[in-house]
Design a protein around this ligand. Structure first.
Ligand SMILES: Cc1ncc(COP(=O)(O)O)c(C=O)c1O
Length: 318
């Protein structure tokens, strides 16, 4: 599939252990599971959501910004679809509307990204490479009056510095983010934008785009508990990534994210066929990569997967 992930069979999810989708390896925290259960028990799905005021206030509290800067959407993807085409440095997330592109520099085992153009979209950390852009470079770009969208969909659980504190001082900055990755809830669909452009983007979006269960859950999470959970998750991702990188075969690229990019000497489609019960992301549809690049999510209990991957690449008969 275009974005990775595994197909459902006759309406039921498959039982493949999927390393192609990047979610918080700590999974859904209990405080979120309890709110989901509350929402179902209280039959929240029988209600239309309102104007999302309490949801925006709670997101604003989590990130310590003015609620007027917040826009809420059906995942970060909905915000991205509403953006005007902009300059994109490759490889990058496929959904961005591209005006023109340029390529990141590959040096040793890292992709180096630098900001160009005057209306630019970046992912920080970058998907699919896991590279990061420093906040000093972001500030310099904004100080030159250029417009920037920073997609921080993975930032809450990654080793990057967030640009969110800059939104109050820079009209030319919009941050896009989501709870999909950080809370491991791609099925709930809650994305948001932070910046002065949020109001304009929401006007272009459909009403009731965030369903009432997602609304209930994230309007009621405790902001302090969320911040603690993110801090714990960052720590956990860092440690797990270091353990995994050490054991992975192939050319492993430096990453600040809950996934790593690896270049193998075998096409990913062939690796996936041999992996059978596991799957990694074939990066052949990313601009600037090819079918030998795979993206692997940082997940708990990776030993059997990594052992099998090593055996496949060593050419062992399985
Ligand atoms: C960089 C980036 N931004 C946004 C998204 C989409 O997130 P959501 O599930 O909230 O639409 C993804 C999903 O893979 C992503 O990798």
């Amino acid at each position: 599939m275009k974005h990775g992930g595994v197909e459902w069979i006759k309406g039921k999810p498959s039982d493949i252990d999927d390393f192609s989708v990047n979610l918080n390896p700590l999974g859904v925290p209990d405080f979120v599971k309890e709110l989901i259960n509350d929402a179902i028990r209280n039959r929240i799905y029988e209600l239309y959501p309102d104007n999302y005021k309490s949801l925006k206030e709670n997101i604003a509290e989590i990130y310590n910004v003015d609620p007027d800067f917040i826009g809420v959407f059906n995942g970060a993807t909905e915000v991205i679809r509403l953006l005007d085409p902009a300059v994109v440095e490759e490889p990058n997330f496929l959904e961005y509307p591209r005006k023109w592109i340029y390529f990141a520099r590959e040096e040793d085992s890292r992709f180096l990204y630098s900001l160009q153009g005057d209306e630019t979209i970046i992912s920080n950390p970058n998907n699919p490479t896991g590279s990061k852009i420093n906040i000093s470079e972001i500030k310099e770009f904004l100080d030159n009056g250029k417009k920037l969208v920073v997609d921080e969909s993975f930032a809450d659980i990654s080793d990057v510095e967030s640009a969110i504190p800059l939104v109050k001082d820079y009209e030319n900055l919009l941050v896009v983010s989501t709870f999909t990755k950080s809370f491991s809830v791609p099925g709930l669909r809650l994305g948001f934008s932070i910046g002065r452009k949020s109001e304009y983007l929401e006007k272009k979006a459909i009403p009731w785009r965030v369903n009432s269960i997602a609304y209930y859950v994230f309007a009621n999470v405790d902001s302090k508990e969320v911040r603690l959970f993110f801090a714990k998750s960052k720590e956990y991702v860092r440690k797990l990534r270091e353990d995994m990188i050490f054991k992975l075969p192939g050319k492993v690229y430096a990453s600040s994210a809950p996934y790593v990019l690896v270049k193998f000497n075998m096409p990913i489609a062939e690796i996936n066929t041999k992996l059978k019960v596991f799957k990694i992301r074939d990066c052949s549809n990313y601009i600037g990569l090819n079918n030998y690049y795979g993206r692997i999510s940082v997940k708990r209990n990776f030993s059997s997967f990594v052992n099998l991957l090593n055996a496949i690449l060593a050419g062992k008969d399985l």
